[in-house]
Design a protein around this ligand. Structure first.
Ligand SMILES: [Zn+2]
Length: 457
């Protein structure tokens, strides 16, 4: 199949005006000017997106699709209050509710031009089912919590059992290695990972054991770290809004946990959990030493600018982290702390906040964060993230508002939105081509929101 458009934005090279790409067996076989490729591939069926740009499928490196139904949940509240409200509200929902919520979220992703997600889920199965139903490429990190060190062996046992059960139910692969066997080269559509949740829910010993477990099982990891000032205070002083939230939710057993007295990043680093297989999420409250530690360990970062603003957490020092050589992808986080899963809105927010902390990013840099750098942060850059020969055909067609522009990247980042996505393709198969959300998906979502008392918001 030959896809042609007003612009092709490969990311790995300059934009191609009146460009095209050829997709064969789920793989990108050629990228170039349309006239040239039509000549080289005369028999290929042609699909024309005259008013669009073709981009690599967008990569959302941090989601919690289970929480999609919580959209507009986070009114202006600080982190501690938000966390408590979320904990209490979640108790109203059952597994089917989370599944309906995740399914809606996965549909929203493909409708918004997102083809790869990295999701952290306590359930795992909910997001895996949603990814399978929509064709979304997903890494699902199984979340691990546990404030009580005495419960640690049980926590790891449970993780092991959960993973075995999910692996039995879903046929999955670990991250493919370039040049590996052909099945590995095709890359994963669904992959498991492990997410020790955060330094305020996971003590150092559990970080160490969860990381050992993940590495033995060949799984990548993600963790929330240095998200809020409340987290820093809890770790350094032992008291904060998070401690209050724990007490209010009856989760706090002070005798089982003592503040380590160091920063969140140093806390995770000392447990040995940082590394090229770890994605550090948020990373707002960090100093020079923390940034140097992340860089030295090869840890990648998920930047979630809108969630950080919504929860009054602050602005991540992205320019400093890039200067230190850290790979940074872009994440929306969940709809419990964001308005939508629109990657273009997230790119604009990344651009906007970068102006107030360090050197401002360029539109090209934020588009790379939402594509190739995001893929690199997940260890998937040999598979997706750019339109290059040999990569998987994860492609989106996005309507261009200013067709006469000489710079489609600037135009897309400044003006495009999820509603401009005309087509989303994963592994060469279209998974969205316009049209409404399936009625049963919308109904399921609405009923969960009703249960949460959020229907009027
Ligand atoms: Zn998160």
């Amino acid at each position: 199949m030959l896809l042609e458009a007003r612009w092709v934005v490969p990311i790995g090279g300059p934009p191609i005006e009146d460009g095209a790409l050829v997709v064969t067996g789920g793989t990108i076989a050629a990228v170039g000017p349309s006239a040239e490729l039509r000549g080289r591939y005369p028999g290929e069926p042609v699909e024309t997106y005259a008013d669009c740009a073709l981009l690599p499928g967008l990569v959302n490196v941090h989601t919690h699709l289970d929480y999609s139904a919580f959209r507009h949940f986070a009114h202006p509240r600080g982190f501690g209050t938000w966390m408590l409200q979320l904990l209490l509200a979640s108790r109203k929902l059952g597994m089917d509710d989370f599944a309906a919520s995740a399914l809606w979220g996965a549909h929203e992703c493909v409708r918004n031009g997102v083809t790869s997600i990295a999701d952290a889920s306590e359930k795992g199965r909910t997001v895996a089912l949603a990814a399978r139903a929509t064709g979304l490429r997903a890494r699902v990190y199984l979340e691990v919590f546990g404030l009580d060190d005495a419960a640690l062996p049980k926590t790891i046992e449970r993780l092991d059992a959960r993973l075995a059960q999910l692996r039995g139910e879903f046929e999955t692969a670990t991250t493919a290695v370039p040049g590996g066997p052909s099945s590995a080269r095709e890359g994963p559509r669904l992959e498991w990972g492990v997410s020790p949740h955060a330094p305020y829910t996971v003590p150092p010993r559990l970080y160490r054991e969860a990381a050992r477990f993940a590495r033995r099982a060949g799984l990548r990891m993600a963790t929330h770290v240095a998200e809020s000032q409340a987290e820093v205070e809890l770790l350094t002083k032992g008291s904060s809004a998070i401690a209050k939230a724990y007490k209010a939710a009856h989760l706090w057993k002070r005798q089982h946990w003592a503040p380590p007295g160091i920063s969140p990043v140093q806390c995770v680093a000392e447990s040995g959990a940082l590394g090229p297989d770890m994605l550090a999420v948020h990373v707002v409250h960090v100093d020079e030493k923390d940034i140097a530690t992340l860089a030295a360990t090869g840890t990648a970062v998920a930047h979630c600018p809108r969630s950080n603003l919504r929860l009054k957490c602050g602005i991540a020092p992205v320019a400093d982290m890039i200067a230190a050589g850290i790979t940074i992808g872009l994440g929306t986080d969940s709809l419990a702390s964001n308005d939508n899963l629109d990657p273009f809105d997230e790119m604009r927010a990344a651009l906007e906040v970068s102006r107030s902390r360090g050197a401002a990013l360029t539109p090209a840099a934020v588009l790379r964060m939402a594509t190739l750098e995001g893929a690199r942060a997940l260890g998937w850059d040999h598979l997706v993230g750019s339109l290059e020969v040999g990569k998987r055909a994860d492609v989106v067609a996005v309507r261009m508002r200013g067709l006469e522009t000489r710079d489609p990247v600037d135009a897309l980042v400044a003006g495009a939105s999820a509603s401009d996505v005309r087509m989303t393709m994963i592994d060469g198969t279209p998974v969205f081509g316009g049209g409404n959300l399936p009625v049963e998906v919308a109904d399921g979502f609405r009923s969960v929101r009703t249960r949460l008392g959020l229907m009027s918001e």
